[in-house]
Design a protein around this ligand. Structure first.
Ligand SMILES: [Zn+2]
Ligand SMILES: [Zn+2]
Length: 143
């Protein structure tokens, strides 16, 4: 998603909630919007902190969660409980290494219609699907 779009959407949502539109909050949106990889809140915190000192980790967490509520970023299930965010919002799937925790997108156009159908049959209203393949990354498999 273009950086300006994600910042504009965040500003509108903050105003709607009566929260202040601060440079720090916009900085979080800018960093995650231009990240072409999967990032943790701590990584976003470090990068925003370099641009604008005074940002706090709770602000970063809260802003990322607001962006997630708005459907602008997604969380990737990980090993070990790290919370990893992804600004790529087209349906795509992930490879997660059980040893080192590396996360990579996997490009395939498998249909998820059957999965969505099964979800509906269980009384669930599906919005998105994300398949996670767990195993060993190439580096860990060699080791
Ligand atoms: Zn690995
Ligand atoms: Zn991804």
């Amino acid at each position: 998603m273009a950086t300006t779009t994600i910042e504009t959407a965040l500003s509108a949502a903050l105003r709607e909630r009566g929260q202040r539109v601060t440079p720090q909050r916009l900085g979080v949106a800018r960093i995650i919007g231009r990240a072409d990889r999967h990032v943790t809140a701590e990584q976003v915190f470090d990068e925003v902190g370099e641009l604008m000192p005074g940002v706090s980790l709770p602000t970063v967490y809260a802003t990322l969660e607001l962006l997630r509520e708005l459907g602008l970023v997604e969380r990737v299930p990980t090993e070990g409980g790290a919370v990893v965010y992804d600004a790529r919002m087209d349906d795509h799937h992930h490879l997660v290494c059980r040893r080192c925790g590396a996360i990579a997108d996997v490009e395939t156009d498998i249909g998820t219609a059957e999965l969505m159908d099964a979800a509906r049959a269980a009384g669930f209203t599906p919005l998105t699907t994300q398949v996670v393949v767990r195993g060993l990354c190439a580096d860990c498999a060699r080791a």
